[in-house]
Design a protein around this ligand. Sequence first.
Ligand code: FES
Length: 137
Amino acid sequence: MSFVTVAKTGEIPPGTMKHIEIAEKELCIANVEGEFYAIGDRCGHENASLAKGTLEGTLVICPMHSSKFDITTGKKVAGPVLELAGITKKFGGCPEHVRKEMGEMFEGITAAQSSIKTYDLPTYDVKIDGENVLVNV
Ligand code: FES
């Protein structure tokens, strides 16, 4: 492993994240109030890109099912939110048989998703050299 330049500091303003692919790894680089961190960019639930999610302080929130990870440790803080009610409400104006079929379909999907475990993410050391962001990969 060695440090490799992955971005310029100006490309990742405070409160934002950036997806990086390097050394056959996908990383999420985050700037938390001027401190840079790097974790694996594939959600430990169903592989969504966390860099496309949101950053609230040191918490990265997955764009798919809202699992939360601490960007400083890679640890899962909260698992996925799988809400069937919100999905089935979208079909409220549909005929009864369509609502029933859609409800059954999403119920099956939600049941399958709820059995998928959510894992912690790898972390990578980050250092700043001038205006370059380097990650140990
Ligand atoms: S893919 Fe991230 S919470 Fe499901």
